[in-house]
Write a protein that binds this ligand. Structure first.
Ligand code: NAP
Length: 309
């Protein structure tokens, strides 16, 4: 039985592995997504015992939340942890907006799309340049007191911005890029969060598929795919990562597991990480990723993987 993880100091508890849903309805991020497959991905995750779904307004400009809302009706809402985010303001051409009015409206509109009356975790998706951080968080604190959200998060904030936003100690969770191949957060950010009892959720845990071991040589993506512009997928950088991933295959074989499972198990054992949220384009990928919950890396193998990257 998987041990649940507490989010910050809140009453929200999640399985240590959730589902990232930017490919569920995220038509603006990936080409050729199918909404029925998206819903099946969510269903598969929930049927496999995963409890946390990570979505955002920006994934399809509300479409991801709508699809999740439709699937939610098939399940016991009280057992599911919904995390969503907002900051992109359609009235300003998608520019970031953190004003209390915008965040309050965003929460109310997300509740409608999700067809629910509370959001377990609500993140400010990106910082804007003008709203004082304490005013933005105060607006979320009010929504928390009203029971519309249960935990307050920020995403893509620098450490200085997090500290500014956390003056009253009201931040429960932070989501930022962190993976085996992007470890900068270990220097200062992650120790600060741990000390403040703020939970951490890394995004791009599989480096958008690069850490699954399925790429052997150069790969190209259509321009509409966000990976077409990522430095990790280009030239020498790509080759260096592929070389390290090939060494992971040996460790994976010892566990009779896939590389994705081993990589996800590394996050589950990582003391800085609360919940790991791999995304998926197919239900089969979810089924594979969930198996990571049953991979228990030895301390020695955890360190081996640590040192490899
Ligand atoms: P990721 O988790 O690093 O990679 C997911 C991708 O890898 C899948 O879409 C799939 O793509 C491939 N994959 C997944 N499982 C696999 C398996 N078992 N075998 C082979 N391939 C597999 O990247 P991500 O989904 O972009 O990021 C995770 C989540 O973080 C997102 O879904 C989103 O919820 C969140 N996120 C948040 C922010 C933020 O600003 N807060 C930013 C980015 C992401 P292919 O099949 O196409 O290879």
């Amino acid at each position: 039985m998987t041990q649940n993880v507490q989010i910050g100091k809140t009453e929200v508890f999640s399985t240590p592995l959730g589902l990232g849903t930017n490919a569920v309805g995220g038509h603006n991020l990936f080409p050729n997504l199918n909404d029925d497959i998206g819903k099946e991905i969510v269903r598969t995750a929930l049927n496999s015992g995963i409890t946390l779904l990570d979505t955002a307004f920006a994934y399809g400009m509300g479409r991801s939340e709508e699809l999740i809302g439709e699937v939610l009706k098939e399940f016991d809402r009280s057992k599911i942890v919904i995390a969503t985010k907002a900051a992109h303001d359609p009235a300003k051409g998608g520019a970031f907006n953190n004003t209390p009015e915008f965040l309050t409206r965003s929460v109310n509109e997300a509740l409608e799309r999700l067809q629910t009356d509370y959001i377990d975790i609500f993140y400010i998706h990106f910082p804007d340049e003008t709203t004082p951080k304490n005013e933005a968080i105060a607006a979320l604190q009010k929504l928390k007191e009203l029971g519309k959200i249960r935990a307050i998060g920020v995403s893509n904030f620098s450490l200085a911005q997090i500290k500014e936003a956390n003056q009253e100690g009201n931040i429960d969770i932070v989501e930022d890029e962190y993976s085996l191949i992007h470890r900068e957060a270990e220097n200062e950010l992650l120790p600060y969060l741990k000390e403040q009892q703020i939970s951490f959720v890394p995004y791009f845990p599989l480096a958008s598929g690069l850490l699954t071991g399925k790429y052997e040589s150069d790969v190209t993506f259509p321009p509409e795919d966000l990976r077409s512009k990522k430095p990790d997928f280009q030239g020498e950088r790509f080759k260096a990562v592929i070389d390290k991933v090939s060494q992971l295959k040996l460790i994976a074989a010892d566990y009779n597991a896939s590389v994705a499972e081993i990589v996800l198990a590394w996050y589950i054992k990582n003391p800085f990480v609360a919940v790991v949220i791999p995304g998926a384009k197919k239900p089969e990928q979810v089924i594979n990723n969930v198996k990571a919950l049953d991979v228990h890396l030895t301390q020695e193998d955890y360190q081996r993987i640590n040192k490899l990257f």
